[in-house]
Design a protein around this ligand. Structure first.
Ligand SMILES: [Zn+2]
Length: 227
């Protein structure tokens, strides 16, 4: 079994000679680093754990992953097996901050969540203007999620490069917020990375477009003409 190196407080694991590792190098088993929620450094490219080993750790940790369940539809997910959480901060249409009561070790007590498979119009980019329907998408998420108790399901990848947790957010009534965003035209399907419900989310987007919902609505054409 391979060994990797950790700094005292960082969220990454490294090779021994990594340039980003300074004074402290804590030698750790690769499996222990993964169990502790560390992700591979993008500078030194340390070894990755085999999927099968990872899935063992995840199943010990009791994290509900839609890919491991081989779910065919987001609507078949089982919220009783998901991690409960509370939405403590709204950031934008597809990003919120959650608090977990008693999370397994790979999840922190508070986490920024990037919702899997959706892309809402930009509202916060420092150099870009607020995009068409960005405010509406952001408000939709705020209204539905802020201060609510929700349930979290994961998929293939646990985190993005900004260390945000990649998740589906389910409500008490069993609805999936990621899917609701696309259905109602508040988001496009984000298909640059594979995820379990990719085909289904694409179809939802197609239907939202056909129905001229939200950001696919008539105003969009007009603002294009004017611009
Ligand atoms: Zn490194």
């Amino acid at each position: 079994m391979g060994f990797v190196y950790l700094s005292k407080s960082g969220s990454k694991y490294h090779l021994e000679n990594c340039s980003t590792l300074k004074d402290t190098k804590i030698k750790t088993k690769l499996t222990d680093a993964i169990t502790a929620g560390k992700s591979p450094c993008s500078v030194c490219n340390p070894p990755l754990l085999k999927e099968i080993e990872k899935s063992k750790i995840y199943s010990q940790q009791n994290i509900y992953r839609v890919n491991m369940e081989s779910l065919k539809s987001y609507a078949n997910a089982d919220i009783t097996r998901m991690l409960p959480a509370k939405v403590i901060r709204h950031i934008d249409g597809d990003t919120v901050e959650l608090q977990f009561e008693n999370p397994p070790s790979i999840i922190k007590k508070t986490e920024k969540i990037r919702m899997i498979g959706v892309d809402t119009p930009e509202t916060l980019h420092p150099k870009k203007e607020v995009q068409y329907f960005g405010k509406e998408a952001s408000d939709f998420t705020k209204k539905r999620l802020l201060n609510k108790d929700v349930f979290i399901a994961l998929d293939w990848d646990t985190r993005d490069k900004y260390d945000r947790l990649l998740a589906y957010i389910y409500m008490n009534d069993g609805s999936c917020h990621n899917a609701e965003l696309i259905k109602n035209g508040f988001a496009a399907a984000y298909t640059h990375f594979p995820f379990q419900f990719l085909d289904e989310f694409r179809l939802l987007e197609k239907q939202a477009k056909a129905g001229n919902r939200g950001l696919w609505g008539g105003n969009r054409q007009e603002s294009k003409k004017q611009g």
